[in-house]
Design a protein around this ligand. Structure first.
Ligand code: ATP
Ligand code: MG
Length: 240
């Protein structure tokens, strides 16, 4: 039986909210408005995953599927330095792929799974998991098919997490929630409906605070306390 590894986000407050960090064998979803920090968390995890377990890392490689073209290798350098790691070695251990269609995204997952059976990976990032689906199935009558294909992709992510003891970190978009009611000041909800809600083990709702501050709340977990974590986005990545 594989044992769970918890990987630090770079912020102690956020780690505590998560019960120690993002977990292998699970899917962690982050959603929130633009600039809320979803991609910056991904960049920080690219580095922290490579730390030894004794330093709250995962001692493993990272696979990064980018659907929006927002991965920045340059951004990895100061984050690696902040953690006292060699930036070029860290970059060498990030297997990066840009996906252009939902089918391409799925095929990349299959190829990465093959790689994971040969090398020790501890993190798979999909940023964003849903963007290409929203583009490729944008017609009104296409929602049912979109959800079916999305479910297929998510079940593949679950298999990868469990088979290779990998943490999956996926980002999601927010959409207007017409059912949110007139008493909710900012009626937004995560995209992807029930299919996405059921696939994610942990759902993180991010929002902007003052300046570089960000606020994270666990979404839709009735068994967890309604607590929030405040963190910062710094040149060295996510921090307290
Ligand atoms: P989107 O929905 O557009 O993808 P996102 O949630 O992925 O948004 P991020 O790209 O993670 O948002 O966050 C962008 C924010 O991170 C910037 O607005 C800035 O506040 C902060 N940021 C980015 N780079 C740095 C840096 N080098 N130093 C400090 N803060 C930074
Ligand atoms: Mg982003």
């Amino acid at each position: 039986r594989k044992s769970v590894i918890r990987i630090t986000t770079g912020s102690q407050a956020l780690d505590e909210l998560l019960g120690g960090g993002i977990e292998t064998l699970q899917i962690t979803e982050a959603f929130g408005e633009f600039r809320s920090g979803k991609t910056q968390i991904a960049h920080t995890l690219c580095v922290s995953t490579q730390l030894p377990v004794s330093m709250h890392g995962g001692n493993g490689k990272v696979a990064y599927i980018d659907t929006e073209g927002t991965f920045r290798p340059d951004r990895i350098v100061p984050i690696a330095e902040r953690f006292g790691m060699d930036a070029s070695a860290v970059l060498d251990n990030i297997i990066y792929a840009r996906a252009y269609t939902y089918e391409h995204q799925y095929n990349l997952l299959l190829a990465l799974a093959a790689k994971m059976s040969e090398e020790p990976f501890r993190l798979l990032i999909v940023d964003s998991v849903i963007a290409l689906f929203r583009v490729d199935f944008s017609g009104r009558g296409e929602l049912a098919e979109r959800q079916q294909k999305l479910a297929q992709m998510l079940s593949r992510l679950t298999k990868i997490a469990e088979e290779f003891n990998v943490a999956v970190y996926m980002t999601n978009q927010v959409i207007a929630d017409p059912g949110g009611g007139m008493f909710i000041s900012d009626p937004k909800k995560p995209a992807g409906g029930h299919v996405l809600a059921h696939a994610a083990t942990v759902r993180l709702m991010l929002r902007k605070g003052k300046g570089e501050q960000r606020v994270c709340k666990i979404f839709d977990a009735p068994n967890l306390p309604e607590s929030e974590a405040v963190f910062q986005i710094t040149p060295g990545g996510v921090a307290d």
